[in-house]
Design a protein around this ligand. Structure first.
Ligand code: 5GP
Ligand code: ZN
Length: 146
């Protein structure tokens, strides 16, 4: 999408940015440049495993286990800290899809881990809320510390 450079207006310096006559909330401006939003929209490629109106699942580009999928809400939410009351249905849906994918990807019986990284100490790199679904071999300790 081609857009004008944003301009500021005195009446809403923090919450909004204006692109010509288009007003976007800051969260929407951030989403325009978010790699996982682009994957969800299909504007950059990924190996998608599943999608519906609420969530998208695709393989991690740098797998840390034989099975390593990422499950994300379509909505741009930066982290667990930013989940709003109206988002819990989407987060529940992520868990429903994780259970289904664990079966489909053959790790339901052998075991798997569902991981969410939140913030600096967790090592979160992509600030679009996501769960990692990891399995397919014996995993290391979940509570490791550097
Ligand atoms: P985090 O540390 O934020 O919880 O994990 C982000 C994950 O996203 C990493 O495991 C990383 O390999 C994965 N990732 C980053 N960029 C891309 C991408 O463009 N495509 C895919 N499929 N995975 C990505
Ligand atoms: Zn996003």
């Amino acid at each position: 999408m081609q857009m004008d450079k944003p301009s500021s207006r005195v009446d809403s310096p923090f919450l909004f940015r204006y692109y010509g006559s288009i007003r976007l909330r800051l969260v929407e401006v951030v989403a325009l440049d978010c790699i996982f939003c682009k994957i969800a929209q299909g504007s950059i490629p990924s190996n998608k495993i599943f999608e519906n109106d609420k969530v998208v699942a695709f393989y991690d580009i740098q797998p840390a286990a034989p099975v390593h999928a990422l499950i994300i809400p379509r909505k741009h939410i930066e982290s667990m800290n930013d989940v709003q009351e109206e988002d819990w249905e989407d987060i529940a849906e992520i868990h429903r899809v994780a259970q289904k994918l664990a079966k489909d990807l053959g790790v339901a019986e052998t075991g798997y881990r569902l991981v969410n990284n939140c913030g600096k100490d967790s090592g979160q790199v992509v600030f679009h809320f996501h769960f990692h679904l990891l399995g397919g071999s014996k995993l290391g300790p979940a509570n490791s510390q550097e």
